[in-house]
Design a protein around this ligand. Structure first.
Ligand SMILES: Nc1ncnc2c1ncn2[C@@H]1O[C@H](COP(=O)(O)OP(=O)(O)OP(=O)(O)O)[C@@H](O)[C@H]1O
Ligand SMILES: [Mg+2]
Length: 177
């Protein structure tokens, strides 16, 4: 499991998507769990109270662990603003990498890709404190970069691309060590 954490608009989904493309090109079985998409899929839709957030991130971590346990590289793009949320995921995963998408708060505000800054006092980095990782496995400074993708692949011990991305081809599961 690879958890991309960082402030809203830091570049988590972009980086997770780039890593997914690279894994696809290498025939490595993977899935992206984007926090917002999972949130939208749940019934009832989780709220934003401290309890609801705790429950949501535990649900997300358990879902990711379930998929990781079946041999998929699970790429989770979700802020998970408290260290305890990511620590719980680490405990559940067969293998865990924490990627800190480390983009300056003013830069995130300027990007404001979902228009949330300025609207939501409940936003991590605005009304809610974001707890950055103390010892991330990887730090992607400024957002998604090709260097961060390469480093992620190295940490996952994934080699060079064997073929162009394709759908329907036989996939090779990542062997955990
Ligand atoms: N290295 C970078 N340099 C400049 N812009 C970037 C970089 N990486 C990502 N971005 C841009 O930042 C914006 C936010 O990216 P993205 O949606 O991936 O963030 P996010 O962390 O997933 O946000 P959210 O928490 O709201 O889902 C996008 O417009 C994206 O293109
Ligand atoms: Mg996102």
């Amino acid at each position: 499991m690879v958890w991309f954490t960082g402030l809203p608009s830091s570049g988590k989904s972009t980086l997770a998507g780039w890593v997914a493309e690279a894994l696809e090109a290498r025939g490595v079985a993977h899935v992206v769990l984007d926090g917002d998409e999972v949130r939208a899929a749940l019934v009832p839709t989780p709220g934003y109270s401290p309890l609801a957030r705790t429950q949501f991130y535990l649900t997300l971590a358990r879902l990711a662990a379930l998929l990781a346990g079946q041999g998929l590289v699970v790429l989770v793009a979700a802020t998970a603003h408290r260290r305890a949320f990511r620590a719980a995921a680490r405990r559940l995963a067969p293998r865990f990498l924490e990627v800190f998408v480390d983009t300056r708060p003013d830069e995130c505000r300027a990007r404001n890709s979902k228009g949330l800054y300025g609207q939501a006092a409940r936003l991590p980095g605005a009304g809610v404190r974001y707890e950055p990782p103390l010892e991330p496995d990887l730090r992607a400074v400024g957002g998604a970069t090709r260097a961060a993708v390469a480093e992620c692949l190295r940490l996952l011990r994934v080699g060079r691309a064997r073929r162009a991305p394709s759908t329907g081809a036989r996939r090779r599961p990542l062997v955990e060590r």
